[in-house]
Design a protein. Structure first.
Length: 106
């Protein structure tokens, strides 16, 4: 009695392996996406804290003129244009506080 020798994988085995690879890839992509979003939120929070510290230090200087807009902050040299660009869309500028402060949007 001769045994049949198996020469390869069955279609079901190949499909199962592909499905497993796809599931693991989707899980990895979701995890990476979550980590990137968390890092972006952290960067935004740190940027707001840094800019607010710059505003507090500047407000303590003699002759400080309270800004009336975010563009005034750039014009007065308190923050850079790059900082303002990064803050736009992620934070609001609260002119009612003294000194004015940025707040992260919910």
């Amino acid at each position: 009695m001769r045994h049949k020798r198996r020469r390869g994988f069955t279609l079901i085995e190949v499909l199962a392996a592909i499905v497993l690879i796809v599931v693991l890839t989707v899980a990895l992509v979701a995890t990476i996406n979550s980590q990137v979003q968390q890092a972006n939120r952290q960067n935004n929070r740190i940027l707001v804290e840094t800019v607010n510290a710059q505003l507090v230090i500047t407000a303590q200087q003699v002759g400080w003129v309270k800004p009336t807009s975010t563009q005034d902050l750039v014009t007065q040299g308190i923050i850079s244009k790059e900082q303002l660009d990064r803050l736009t869309g992620t934070a609001t500028f609260d002119l009612t506080s003294d000194p004015p402060q940025f707040r992260i949007r919910p």
